[in-house]
Write a protein that binds this ligand. Structure first.
Ligand SMILES: Nc1ncnc2c1ncn2[C@@H]1O[C@H](COP(=O)(O)OP(=O)(O)OP(=O)(O)O)[C@@H](O)[C@H]1O
Length: 282
């Protein structure tokens, strides 16, 4: 929630990201509100990660990205973080040599000196205790992040955004490499978070999407090609065409797996090769 208790939102208008002459994101409009659990999907190279990179100023953005009335385009990453926009990466970026608690402390930006930060602690703030509980990390507060499972590292990264009071969470492939149990725990966590955060999940895992997405945006070749509920996008002929192999998926096997997950006939997939070079700016 924003301070005046209106629901948070992220509104992207006519977003364009160009690398040299290559148009990675080409006129994207996207609005996501608190209470939704939005999945952003599409073949490899569609521009999904670049879109969330642009929101956090990690890619050069043209257009408008509005968060609760603040224009983010032109702002530096640290300022955007201060506005409450946080993101995770495909590989969790936690401090591996520090404990779960120390990682959360650093993220919370408690004004203690580094030596104090590393000293054994006697008290833990109520907020950090709550976040460890929500993310299932309470029993691991003294565990070094480097020995956590892949899933736990992702939850820690999400927890680090929570203690920063981020109200927009942009999550890049949070369940890649997770066990089934970890996937389910992550899905439940995201559901919980979506109630009071704007949550955008970039994902390839269609089974996870079908179980947890409230709404879906589909990108291909830098553009949005469909948006709606899981059922709506599954029934969308353009989406079916994309997932049946007319646009860039890395391999035939991947394209078949994605088609199957979407409930389509994998045997109908014939092509799975990216066509990125076709998207050069004129
Ligand atoms: N820094 C960069 N410089 C040049 N091209 C880039 C850069 N970052 C991304 N691209 C290109 O932009 C396109 C979109 O990439 P992006 O990573 O956003 O796709 P994606 O939809 O997230 O794909 P994936 O699912 O494989 O992660 C790709 O063709 C990629 O090679």
């Amino acid at each position: 929630m924003t301070r005046d208790h209106r629901p948070s939102y992220l509104e992207i208008r006519d977003l364009r990201v160009v690398f040299d002459k290559f148009v990675a994101v080409d006129g994207v409009d996207l609005r996501v509100e608190q209470g939704d659990l939005r999945f952003l999907i599409g073949p490899n190279g569609a521009g999904k990660t670049t879109t969330i990179d642009a929101v956090t100023a990690l890619a050069p953005a043209q257009g408008s990205i509005n968060h609760n009335g603040h224009e983010l385009v032109g702002r530096k990453t640290h300022k955007i973080v201060r506005y409450g926009v946080g993101r995770t990466f495909q590989t969790a970026s936690v401090f591996e040599d520090l404990t779960v608690l120390q990682n959360l402390d650093i993220a919370a930006g408690l004004r203690r000196r580094p030596r104090e930060m590393l000293r054994h602690r006697t008290g833990v703030s109520a907020r950090i205790t709550e976040v460890m509980k929500t993310t299932g990390l309470s029993d691991f507060q003294e565990t070094k992040a480097g020995v956590l499972s892949h899933g736990q590292k992702q939850w820690l990264e999400i927890g680090m955004l929570m203690v920063q009071d981020a109200n927009v969470l942009l999550l890049d492939e949070p369940v890649a490499g997770m066990s089934q149990d970890e996937r389910d725990a992550t899905g439940e966590l995201l559901r919980k978070l979506a109630a009071d955060h704007v949550v955008v999940v970039v994902e390839h895992d269609m089974e996870f999407l079908r179980k947890y997405a409230q709404s879906v945006t589909v990108m291909a070749a830098g553009k949005i090609i469909a948006e709606g509920t899981v059922a709506e996008v599954q029934a969308n002929p353009t989406v079916q065409e994309i997932y049946l192999g007319t646009a860039g998926t890395k391999s035939l096997e991947e394209a078949k797996a994605e088609a199957e997950m979407l409930g389509l006939d994998p045997e109908a997939v014939t092509v799975g090769v990216p066509s990125a070079t076709e998207r050069e700016e004129h």
